[in-house]
Ligand binder design. Sequence first.
Ligand code: EPZ
Length: 421
Amino acid sequence: MDRILVEGGVPLSGRVEISGAKNAALPIMAASLLTEEPLALDNVPDLADIGSMRRLLQQLGVEIRHPPARPKSLVLHCPEVLDTTAPYDIVRKMRASVLVLGPLVARAGRARVSLPGGCAIGPRPIDLHLEGLERMGAEIALEGGYVEARAPKGLRGARIRFPQPSVGATENLMMAASLARGETVIEEAAQEPEIVDLATCLVAMGARIEGAGTSTLRIEGVERLHAARHRILPDRIESGTYVMAAAITGGRLELRHARLDLFGAAAETLAEAGVRLEETEEGLRAERANDGLVGVDVRTLPFPGFATDLQAQFMALMCVAEGAAMITETIFENRFMHVPELMRMGARITVHGRTALVRGVPVLKGAPVMATDLRASVSLVLAALAAEGQTEINRIYHLDRGYERIEQKLAAVGARIERVP
Ligand code: EPZ
């Protein structure tokens, strides 16, 4: 098991290249199933999850290759669907595998997808995905831990209203509706930038979609989709993570390709907490404001609210802020596993249900800690960068799922960080 060692206390300074968004690339790769023509993608991040999606899609009949000398580009081509099963051993490792469900039913008339099962941050059911497909005419059966979905006569447009926004369900149903007969309306749709990016790519492929980025999506189904080329948008969660790395170490970072408009409510929350964010012609500049970090309350919410994927990182920042911060996680049931690890480093945090109260301390102390999920593991890296002494972070395979070359990017801006086998 790889570990990461960090010697904290160095203010970071320099430039970080922000990669393409993992949570846009995953659904957009699945969209390649919707057409028999090639889909060319640029700015694809090099992450473990992207590798998992590649292997799954290749099993289903998608040929995937890098264009010569373009390591960040992929061409995905599915002339014919060869298999319609997403097996348990792949889905249990990466929930986003469920995003092949809608495209398979739309393109091949059937799919057999393992139920994802829970994960560290909560049960994460897919009932909204399945109810939506049923309303579009699919027959859904659950057997042996698998969803069997069939639509032998194709899908038809439907009116769907979610009880609460779901990113994955919005993506699955938007892709399925692109090839359905008639119009589909999705109300209470997720509004994340990754939804907009998927819609932009689908429209480039010939889909007819209106309202992406708002709570109501209208999709007019078409006969078929065609070849397209799409550039994945920058990763707003990676951007937010490096903004907080600059702030927590008292440094200053230039984040190339980062976009402030992708931050939603996090932009003002970070400003209130004492993080200076400035747009530059190549992206964003981030540093700690002169009068230091202050405790700010935050509730995670669907976009444009404060992103749940930035909650753990923000908690690390609040651990060394002046005053207290009340952090409420409204999206997932169990997304505070970074708390006991941060406390091992001297943080003062108390958790009551979905709310954590953080009381800032002058300094954290390095300690051996354990990563539990993707965003929790990066909050430990942030804390380690600010802590006195050495921190050893175990189980960092979680990090590799969502952060491209994180120790290289951090070392390049001054962090004393190394990966040890
Ligand atoms: C996506 O997960 C992201 N993953 C998550 O990022 C992100 O935290 C989440 O959206 C934010 O909402 C990808 O895009 C690959 P949801 P997703 O459906 O689609 C409940 C990361 O770190 N729900 O929006 O799985 C669900 O249990 C990951 O990159 C149902 O009840 O999230 C959760 O409480 C972590 N029934 C809430 O809705 C359903 O059918 C939001 O889930 C679907 C979801």
